[in-house]
Write a new protein. Structure first.
Length: 328
């Protein structure tokens, strides 16, 4: 989502700087508040724009900083220009900017905080605002509320879409477990952890359903899909919460068993093989599965560990099916 928002937030920031520059150029009588507001903007907004493109952590920091800058800017513009009707047109902008930058929950919190302060300032300085026609005030408030509601709905919709797209990119569409990409992302994190802690072990189990293409051809793809889902359920029920489980290929699954030696991983593979072999699948009956086990060694990296497992699985498939074997 940040990649989508970056250019728009950058554009908003540049427009704010330009508006500030125009305001300083046109206005001849500067107050201390004007100098303070624009000094903050001219110093920190370019810094935020720079942070947007320097990694995820700096991106988040820049959003918080930018929210603070805009919060102070808008509040001062309102508080120190109560007698100027031109500033009433900024009301709708506040809501949009806060929701767009911060999303639904944080945007709502900032918006309500800002609105509470506006109400308090309006109550304390009502005499200055009362010089405007009621229609002007009501129109500004109505626009503020309307755009806030639209921005609220829009930010919630964007967040839901973002969650949907992330989920689609992370999970296998059929089985609901991690796909290959998500598995590798998680495996890299565990690999770094194991590498730092020499006393920990890491093992991979690569599983392949035997004769799956034949099953698909004989019983149809729908039956094949049901078998994949059932196999996934059987395996998932016998894994720990720390294990990483994913669909690796068409009929292949992969497990990263964290803090598990190759010997214990081999025992797990035998257990899973027996479990699947003894299960009766609808229409098909019994099926078998081949499992390769590869253990992490000090000179291993992710690619070599996966290649070890794939090599063992290839040997199993070329010799005899329905076996489990560990790399030597």
């Amino acid at each position: 989502l940040e990649f989508i928002k970056r250019p728009y937030i950058t554009l908003i920031s540049i427009l704010m700087l330009l508006l500030g520059a125009v305001h300083l150029f046109v206005k001849s009588d500067f107050s201390g508040a004007d100098v303070l507001i624009h000094s903050i903007s001219f110093i920190f907004i370019p810094v935020c724009i720079y942070f947007f493109y320097k990694g995820k952590r700096l991106y988040k920091i820049s959003l918080y900083l930018l929210t603070f800058i805009y919060f102070i800017n808008f509040l001062f513009l309102f508080a120190f220009n109560l007698g100027n009707a031109n500033y009433l047109i900024w009301f709708p902008v506040f809501a949009f900017v806060f929701f767009f930058i911060n999303g639904f929950q944080k945007g709502l919190f900032v918006f309500l905080s800002f609105s509470s302060l506006l109400i308090m300032i309006t109550f304390l300085e009502y005499e200055k605002i009362s010089v405007f026609p009621e229609i002007t005030l009501l129109g500004s408030v109505a626009a503020y509320i309307a755009i806030a509601a639209i921005s609220l709905i829009q930010s919630k919709f964007i967040e839901n879409q973002d969650l949907f797209l992330k989920s689609k990119a992370k999970y296998d569409y059929l089985t609901g477990i991690f796909n290959r990409r998500a598995f590798l992302d998680n495996l890299y994190r565990e690999y770094d952890f194991v590498k730092r802690n020499r006393n920990l072990s890491l093992s991979l189990l690569l599983l392949d359903i035997d004769h799956f293409k034949m099953i698909n051809k004989k019983f149809g793809q729908e039956t094949g899909d049901r078998i994949l889902i059932e196999v996934k359920d059987l395996i998932l029920n016998h894994l720990r919460s720390t294990d990483i489980f994913a669909r690796w290929g068409s009929e292949e699954f992969i497990i990263a068993a964290v803090d598990t030696s190759p010997e214990n991983a081999a025992l797990l593979s035998e257990k899973l093989k027996t479990l699947i072999e003894s299960h009766s699948f609808n229409q098909v009956g019994n099926i078998s599965i081949s499992i390769a086990v590869a253990g992490y060694e000090n000179n291993d990296h992710i690619d070599s560990l996966i290649k070890k497992a794939e090599k063992v699985l290839k040997e199993i498939k070329s010799n005899a099916l329905n076996r489990s074997s560990a790399s030597s």
